[in-house]
Design a protein around this ligand. Structure first.
Ligand code: CA
Length: 239
């Protein structure tokens, strides 16, 4: 089974979990259900899913805490489901490592669209990285203390791996791939999130801040991700 078809649904409400599972499977994926956080962590080790749907209200652990625990070891895209009408940016922006967010009740069609959109990007990244490149050096950017390995899907700082969520990695890779080119928030949202329904440009601000905090020596005086006032952001580094 292609790894990119494997989806883990972490949800204790049996009816909802089954409806999601049936719908996803009907659309060519292979979904597995975990009813609680403990089973979920076990299933992730066992199955190595390509995408995780995580309900925030679980019997044994808070979904946010579980998200954090998953993210410590794994950069699999995580979509959080919540019955609470919380602000999207709050959930995505607080550093739990979630990549996407939907409020219950939600449409299955929309859920599927988001799964596809996330997996397409993971797939295109792995395809891009497996293509032969004219120069090996283009896959690995060495800049000061930071190394961005686009082939290995890894970022290191002074030889220590920096833990970035899937979306943080994608945003950083996108910017570093187009070194010195300026992008507006809307262009970045389009390039990395890929669907307009999401459409909140403050998400980019939040993600840029999170990447800078992990990457930069001084996040308020960035060496890599520069703010171009009035326009947006660019990735550049003065050798
Ligand atoms: Ca629940």
């Amino acid at each position: 089974m292609n790894r990119l078809r494997k989806i883990l649904i972490i949800e204790d409400e049996q009816d909802i979990a089954r409806i999601i599972k049936d719908y996803i499977n009907k659309n060519g994926y292979e979904a597995t259900i975990a009813n609680n956080g403990r089973d979920a962590l076990h299933d992730i080790e066992l199955l190595n899913p390509a995408f995780i749907i995580l309900d925030i209200m679980l019997p044994d652990i808070d979904g946010i805490e579980l998200c954090r625990q998953i993210r410590e070891k794994n950069n699999v895209p995580i979509l959080i489901l919540s019955a609470r009408g919380s602000d999207t940016d709050k959930v995505l922006g607080l550093g739990f490592g979630a990549d996407d967010y939907m409020t219950k009740p939600f449409s299955l069609t929309e859920l599927l669209a988001r799964i596809k959109s996330n997996l397409r990007r993971v797939e295109s990244m792995s395809m891009i990285s497996s293509q032969p490149k004219p120069s090996e050096h283009e896959d690995i950017l060495h800049m000061g203390k930071i190394t961005i390995d686009k082939k290995g899907y890894k970022v290191t700082k002074e030889d220590k791996e920096i833990s970035l969520s899937a979306k943080e990695l994608e945003l950083l890779f996108f910017l570093s791939k187009h070194r010195n080119q300026v992008f507006t928030k809307s262009q970045l949202l389009d390039a990395v999130w890929g669907y307009t329904a999401y459409g909140d440009e403050s998400t980019i601000t939040v993600y840029i801040r999170r990447i800078r905090e992990k990457l930069e020596l001084d996040a308020s005086n960035p060496e890599y991700i520069k703010t171009v006032w009035g326009i947006g952001y660019k990735f550049s580094y003065d050798e």
